[in-house]
Ligand binder design. Structure first.
Ligand code: NI
Length: 138
């Protein structure tokens, strides 16, 4: 089992109040649990910044499907990608807007490169990449 360490943290009252408010309703039993999650996330983000580390990337793309050939261009880029595309999900949000969520796996640098290309594709209105790794369990 993991050995627990305790440490004291000093911070302004209003910062602590804002933090407590932000974690309300998220299912944490106490503040320590929420802080542990923040630290894990921080460590994952640091780790996934490294070049060759194997990471999982979740790429979201918002675009108007009327943009000429954009769906084809995005699909073509996924077929040619230098990472493994595990899944892609297309949601027709309304009459014109589409949300595409693509899950890829590969080296961190490649994942960032592929995501960057997809997000930068002309016609994509908003794109985000969230990276994670399965090696940070505890
Ligand atoms: Ni659509």
């Amino acid at each position: 089992m993991h050995h627990l360490s305790r440490f004291g943290v000093s911070l302004e009252n209003d910062l602590l109040e804002a933090f407590d408010k932000s974690i309300e309703g998220l299912g944490y039993e106490n503040r320590s649990e929420a802080i542990r999650d923040l630290i894990r996330d921080h460590l994952i983000q640091k780790k996934v910044g490294k070049g060759g580390e194997e990471v999982v990337g979740v790429i979201s793309l918002l675009y108007d499907h009327r943009t000429h050939h954009l769906s084809d261009v995005l699909a073509d880029m996924q077929h040619r990608a230098s990472v493994v595309v595990n899944a892609s999900l297309h949601i027709h949000l309304d009459a014109h807007n589409c949300l595409e969520v693509i899950v890829v796996r590969g080296g961190a640098d490649k994942v960032h490169e592929v995501a960057g290309k997809l997000i930068a594709t002309k016609g994509v209105q908003n794109g985000k990449l969230v990276t994670t790794t399965p090696e940070m369990k505890q």
